[in-house]
Write a protein of this length. Structure first.
Length: 380
């Protein structure tokens, strides 16, 4: 099947351009150019009416959606349902994310992710294991009874995914640089989060292979004058990426602007940290024996602790423009090209160019989602 999309305001490698055509064939982008310059041959043709054509959004941290949490049922069916819920908001690639749990649940989640990719579930790029190798002092909504030591068996488990990418969030002070190096050597993308580490501990972890920082500012030691902490180490490092939750609740917009200005271009990545409420009619839910209420976009426990978010990627991009005052093209890259690079998939996803997978978003000029394509297949 091949399709020629034309009359789009598309995000090209040079920025937004009007009257653009994209030829999709066999799930890939075969060509892109000005209307009239791309020969579609016998391809079906679709007029996009001048709407925005964007690279598909990639979310590195998706705990749930559509009324389901990955922890509650780590199965292929759950992953499929989460993907369907988030696709409505422009997410065409995601990592189902497991919040700290027993290692048998971790094993089940990894097996489900492998099976989902084998089965061709749309959008699944791998798995994010957020814990259970975290600091109790920065536990957030995680259950400290689930926390474990990162031993040989755990390293083997965390590096056992056969298909796709594995991101592991850990607290550097709860393990050693040698263990982090083992994970990195096995192909695991290691991120720091839920950590009270010192600057020096994080610096040693970065030197050992730490790649990024999970929801920067939240559940980590702050930047202080004489102890830069995890936040200071993240902002001081040139090579690591930082996940940012742009919902107006997790982090003050000024702090996000400072972080983006401090990091090299391409290292600030939008994530949702979404819970089951995204795409669900009933927003309230249970997690770990606690009732989570969703009010004004905030997911909170009875004591007011933030418990993930009710954020979707389209809203995150809109917020980045409205609250952080970035241009739309850069906000879109933070939701597409930059997370693709964080996963090592920059030549495959996150851009509209020949040779990339045809993962695309069609949106109104107000960035409300009209349609999506995953590997060339439209949601409509």
């Amino acid at each position: 099947m091949s399709q020629l999309l034309f009359n789009a305001r598309a995000l090209t490698m040079q920025g937004f351009r009007d009257r653009q055509s994209v030829l999709i064939r066999d799930g890939l982008i075969e060509a892109m150019g000005d209307d009239g310059d791309v020969d579609g041959g016998d391809a079906s043709v679709r007029d996009l009416d001048g709407q925005l054509l964007l690279p598909g959004f990639i979310d590195l941290q998706v705990n749930g959606g559509g009324g389901i949490l990955f922890n509650d049922a780590p199965t292929v069916e759950t992953i499929r349902a989460i993907g369907v819920a988030h696709r409505d908001f422009g997410t065409t690639g995601f990592l189902p994310t497991l919040i700290s749990d027993d290692l048998d649940v971790v094993a089940a989640a990894i097996a489900a992710t492998d099976a989902a990719i084998d089965a061709g579930v749309p959008g699944v790029l791998g798995i994010h294991l957020e814990g259970p190798f975290l600091s109790e002092s920065k536990k957030g909504v995680h259950d400290p009874a689930k926390f474990r030591v990162l031993d040989d068996d755990a390293v083997a488990l965390l590096s056992s995914l056969k298909h796709g990418k594995t991101v592991v969030t850990l607290a550097p002070e709860m393990t050693s640089p040698a263990r982090i190096a083992e994970l990195a050597a096995a192909g695991v993308i290691v991120a720091a989060g839920h950590t009270n580490a010192s600057y020096d501990e994080v610096r040693a972890a970065l030197d050992a292979g730490l790649n990024g920082f999970t929801h920067l500012f939240n559940a980590m030691s702050p930047l202080n004058s004489r102890e830069p902490g995890v936040v200071g180490a993240a902002l001081d490092d040139d090579n690591s990426w930082c996940g940012l939750i742009a919902d107006g609740h997790h982090v003050h917009p000024a702090s996000l602007r400072i972080a983006i200005a401090s990091k090299a271009r391409g290292k600030s990545v939008l994530v949702t940290d979404a819970m089951s409420s995204v795409g669900a009619v009933n927003k309230s839910f249970e997690f770990g024996g606690q009732s989570i209420e969703v009010s004004d976009g905030r997911c909170v426990t009875a004591d007011g602790t933030l418990a993930g978010s009710d954020l979707d990627m389209a809203s995150a991009v809109r917020n980045t423009v409205a609250m952080l005052h970035l241009d739309l093209d850069e906000a879109v890259r933070m939701a597409s090209a930059y997370p693709a690079a964080a996963l090592g998939l920059e030549g495959e996803l996150g851009q509209i160019k020949a040779g990339c997978r045809a993962n695309l978003v069609l949106a109104s000029h107000e960035l409300h989602i009209v349609d999506t394509w995953i590997d060339g297949k439209s949601a409509q």
